[in-house]
Design a protein. Structure first.
Length: 255
C-alpha cells in the first residue's frame, strides 16, 4: 500500500507542478504557513556531526535564521533521543522534535514525550546490543547499525523481522516498532499541537524522509536528496544541505 501511495503521489506532484506555475515556494501565501518540518543530517548540516555540537559541524546561526522566519519549527530525525535533548539545550527554537525516526515525539518547552514502543522492538534492541557491533546506536526505542552489518543482525533477530520496521538511512539501518516512521511521528505531533499538515513546509534529503513526504504539505527536496524524495517533492533546491536551507530561507523571507 505504501509503495502504491508513493508512486501515485510522485505522478500527481509532477503533473501538478507542470500544470500550476504558481506552485512554487516564493508564491505560497506565507500567512497560511504554520510550520516548517525539516530533517537534520545532510539537511541542516553538510555532514552528520561526529563531535556533538562542534560549531564547525552544526551551524547554529543557520538554525537561528530558520527560526526567525516566524513559523513553528519541527525537527524530524533518526537521531537518538539523548542527542536531541542535548541539541535542544543549545538551540531552544524547536517547538517539537520527532526523534528516533518517529518513535519519540518531544516537546522541548514542556519536556513532554510521546513514545511508541513494542515488546517485539524491546527484544530486537536487546539482541542488537548483545551483538556488540561497532558504531551501533541504541536509542530510547530504536536501534541502528551500519548497513554492512544488516545481514548479521537480521540473522540474529529472525522470527522478529515481521514484527518490526526496518528502514535504510544513508549507510545506516534503523530498527523501529512496526508502522513507525517519520511520517507517523509528524502526524502524532501535528495532531497533538492541532496543526493542519496542509499548512506546513516539509524539507528533507534521505530515504527515511519518504514517509514524511507522503504526508500533506509543501514538500522541498534538497539538491543532494535521494531520487525517491525528489519524485515526491513540489520543489528541488539548486544547492545541497546547508546552502539549500539558505536558499529556502531567502525565498520565504523574500530577500
Amino acid at each position: 500500500i505504501e509503495n502504491a501511495i508513493e508512486k501515485h503521489l510522485s505522478i500527481y506532484n509532477k503533473l501538478m507542478t507542470q500544470k500550476n506555475a504558481l506552485l512554487k515556494l516564493e508564491s505560497l501565501d506565507k500567512t497560511k504557513i504554520k510550520a516548517i518540518i525539516t530533517d537534520f543530517d545532510r539537511t541542516l548540516t553538510d555532514l552528520p556531526p561526529k563531535i556533538v555540537f562542534d560549531k564547525k559541524e552544526i551551524d547554529f546561526e543557520l538554525l537561528e535564521k530558520l527560526g526567525s522566519l516566524g513559523f513553528d519549527l519541527f525537527l524530524a530525525t533518526g537521531r537518538p533521543f539523548r542527542f536531541i535533548q542535548s541539541l535542544c539545550k543549545k538551540f531552544p527554537g524547536f517547538r517539537c522534535v520527532i526523534a528516533e525516526n518517529g518513535a519519540v515525539v518531544y516537546f522541548p518547552k514542556t519536556k513532554r514525550q510521546l513514545v511508541t514502543n513494542s515488546e517485539h522492538m524491546k527484544k530486537v534492541k536487546t539482541k542488537i546490543q548483545k551483538l556488540g557491533l561497532p558504531q551501533t546506536v541504541i536509542g530510547l526505542v530504536s536501534a541502528s547499525v551500519k548497513a554492512k552489518y544488516a545481514k548479521k543482525v537480521k540473522n540474529e533477530i529472525r522470527g522478529l523481522t515481521d514484527q518490526i520496521k526496518i528502514v535504510k538511512n544513508a549507510d545506516d539501518i534503523l530498527f523501529l516498532p512496526a508502522r513507525v516512521d517519520k511520517g507517523y511521528g509528524v502526524r502524532i505531533a501535528a495532531q497533538y499541537l492541532n496543526i493542519d499538515l496542509e499548512k506546513t513546509i516539509v524539507v528533507g534529503d534521505g530515504e527515511n524522509d519518504v514517509e514524511m513526504f507522503i504526508n500533506p504539505g509543501f514538500k522541498i527536496a534538497l539538491a543532494n536528496a535521494h531520487p525517491r524524495l525528489k519524485k515526491l517533492a513540489h520543489e528541488i533546491t539548486k544547492n545541497k544541505s546547508e546552502k539549500g536551507i539558505l536558499e529556502i530561507i531567502q525565498k520565504l523571507s523574500n530577500k
